[in-house]
Design a protein around this ligand. Structure first.
Ligand code: HEC
Length: 132
């Protein structure tokens, strides 16, 4: 399915289950699903923007599942930063976890893997999260 179809499906699920998601959440989730599981080719990031944080966050729908201060689907970025504050290898560890996804560190809900991101992009995102 392409982005419009995924977004339509998520929107229907929201209405059926009365989930408190905004339209922009629905857009982000539809975008993510079409990129990760859809038929749509994911356009490569233009080189000049590859390191652009807002672009990385929005293209990968991170903020559909995470917020700075409160838990949404995933833990808040502040809670993550707090947990790793004293850990010497935090940046590398967290960058690896963003790429691999997984579950069990914060709860049972899994985070999808982001295998399409380069190691620079993963580090850039991890550094941002750990600075919160
Ligand atoms: C579909 C929802 C979803 C999306 C999209 C998502 N996450 Fe997550 N994320 C989660 C969940 C759920 C967890 C907790 C997983 C666990 O319990 O191990 C998590 C955990 C994390 C962690 C903590 C890892 C650790 O080492 O403890 C970081 C950092 C993180 N996400 C960053 C991101 C970034 C950056 C993006 C965008 C590239 C992103 N997430 C996209 C749901 C999501």
């Amino acid at each position: 399915m392409d982005q419009a179809q995924w977004t339509g499906l998520v929107s229907k699920m929201r209405d059926n289950y009365r989930t408190p998601l905004s339209d922009s959440d629905i857009q982000s989730i539809g975008l993510y699903l079409s990129a990760a599981y859809g038929s749509e080719e994911r356009a490569p990031l233009p080189v000049a923007q590859a390191g652009n944080l807002d672009d990385l966050l929005s293209r990968n729908a991170c903020l559909g599942c995470h917020a700075l201060e409160q838990k949404i689907v995933g833990p808040s970025f502040k809670d993550i930063a707090q947990r790793y504050r004293e850990q010497p290898e935090a940046l590398r560890t967290v960058a690896g976890h963003i790429g691999e996804g997984g579950s069990g560190r914060w709860g049972q809900i899994p985070m999808p893997p982001f295998t399409g991101l380069s190691s620079e992009e993963l580090e850039h995102l991890a550094r941002y999260v750990l600075e919160q």
